[in-house]
Design a binder for this molecule. Structure first.
Ligand SMILES: Cc1cc2nc3c(=O)[nH]c(=O)nc-3n(C[C@H](O)[C@H](O)[C@H](O)COP(=O)(O)O)c2cc1C
Length: 449
């Protein structure tokens, strides 16, 4: 479809040129080819290099879209949700101001429009640019540079900002693209050398003073502390049914703990998964949404807001951190980043999950006493109450009730001769509504009267 539209646009362009020769077009178009402007925004110089080549090949005027407030390296930090670029890209109405103007936009028939990809889209300053002029009847050929993302929908999404322009299909270039490649791209789009620029040049605009590569050492955004997800179950789920999805072992790395940050030539292309954690019968269950196009996910945790520790990667969208790996009283958060199959490159940023204060499972012991079966367990520091369960002959768990004590006796009258009993205890809230931690079953005891 894109190709068809592109072909139609090329035809439209060709037609307008032919019409011009036939006497229906503007004088400038008919005399020496169309007048071309190469307009671009470039925060770190990559797009500028492509724009320079294109303008040189075409003999076109060059106009740099310069932000009134230059982007600092902190502004370009895509690892922080609080950075200027993150905020602007998340706000469809953001229109960063441009310093200066194209002196006489009316003289151009064709505008090449260049920009870097920011979060899969054109920077919002391109929206400012497109809304600043009348592009009716002009042909716009977008191009972009990126770390790895394709031009994607970034060019199509600009159409609405200049609806009466003839939009050609855009193209993405890697850093350092050769002049020859740019030349053939222009040829393929029917853009040929412009007439010598005799009219006023675009207004000169000052260069941004502080441009820099995005800081790769961004720390994850702090997430507001949330109460543990309520897990209101009458009976604890049998451990056997809660087997977590296998998680690939992390490739050994020099640093055991590290802040998730771009590695190698990593660039964010996908959305950060939304991660939620909750109490499971055997630990903490981490779940996240599948991100379209993510081959794998890299999972991290941190304790009490400390450094992120990498756990490993998985293709699943959940992971259970086992009770044996968790510490009572510690507040956990998890985060997940999309990554390549070879685990070497991140494909998304990340957002921390809700926080969860972990309550360990009490270790439960049972013994036969004259009055029945005595159940005892260790006090779990901080636990407001305990919920007690039993099961017969390996069947389903049945809830007995709650206590603030660390012992409970099941009376002989409630016990059946020859039945094997197991008990278990879970930490719960004072209002008895929410289980706070996992559980471990006691040993079995065959009761005889
Ligand atoms: C805020 C920000 C977001 C970015 N998002 C992406 C992205 O989604 N995909 C990608 O491949 N590269 C991304 N990049 C990398 C740039 O697109 C790439 O470095 C580009 O060539 C920079 O062009 P420039 O030097 O002209 O500014 C991002 C860079 C920044 C600063």
């Amino acid at each position: 479809m894109k190709r068809i539209i592109s072909a139609l646009c090329v035809m439209a362009l060709a037609f307008s040129l032919v019409a011009g020769i036939g006497g229906f077009g503007s004088a400038s178009a008919s005399e020496a080819g169309s007048s071309i402007l190469v307009a671009y925004f470039s925060a770190t110089g990559t797009t500028k290099a492509i724009a320079d080549h294109a303008a040189d090949i075409l003999g076109a005027d060059l106009y740099e879209i310069v932000p009134t407030v230059p982007y600092t390296s902190a502004d370009l930090n895509y690892g922080s949700a609080d950075s200027r670029t993150s905020k602007e890209q998340n706000d469809p109405n953001a229109r960063p101001a441009i310093s200066g103007r194209v002196a006489d936009m009316a003289q151009y028939d064709t505008v090449l429009l260049g920009y870097p990809i920011w979060w899969g889209q054109a920077p919002r300053i391109i929206s400012t640019f497109l809304e600043s002029y009348d592009f009716s009847g002009k042909t716009i050929l977008p191009f972009c540079t990126s770390g790895s993302s394709p031009i994607g929908t970034s060019d199509d999404n600009l159409h609405a900002l200049a609806p009466s322009a003839h939009w050609l299909d855009g193209r993405r270039f890697a850093a350092g693209t050769t002049r020859a490649t740019i030349s053939s791209w222009l040829d393929a789009n029917g853009i040929t050398a412009a007439k010598p620029a005799t009219t006023a040049k675009p207004t000169a605009t000052p260069k941004p003073t502080a441009t820099a590569k995005p800081a790769p050492t961004a720390t994850p955004r702090p997430t507001a502390t949330a109460t543990p997800k309520p897990v209101v179950t009458a009976t604890p789920k049998p451990i056997a049914t809660a087997t977590p999805k296998p998680i690939a072992t992390a490739t050994p790395r020099p640093a055991a703990t590290a802040t998730p940050k771009p590695e190698a030539s990593a660039t964010p292309t996908l959305a950060a998964p939304t991660v939620t954690i909750g109490v499971a019968s055997n630990g903490i269950k981490v779940t996240w949404n599948a991100v379209d196009g993510a081959p794998r996910y890299m999972v991290y945790y941190r304790e009490n807001g400390g450094k992120w520790t990498r756990i490993g990667t998985t293709t699943a969208t959940s992971y259970t951190r086992k009770a044996a790996q968790l510490k009572n009283g510690v507040t956990y958060q998890f985060t997940v980043r999309c990554c390549t199959d070879d685990k070497a490159t991140f494909l998304s940023k990340y957002e921390a999950s809700n926080s969860l204060r972990y309550y360990a499972a009490p270790t439960v012991k049972i013994s036969k006493v004259s009055t029945g079966i005595k159940v005892t367990w260790n006090a779990v520091e901080g636990s407001p109450r305990y919920m007690v369960y039993y099961k017969e002959n390996g069947g389903k768990w049945t809830r007995i009730g709650t206590t603030t004590d660390t012992t409970y006796t099941r009376k002989a009258a409630q016990l059946k001769n020859g039945v094997t009993y197991q008990f278990t205890v879970r930490c719960c809230t004072s209002d008895k509504k929410t289980l706070l931690g996992p559980y471990k079953a006691s040993n079995g005891l065959k009761y005889t009267k």
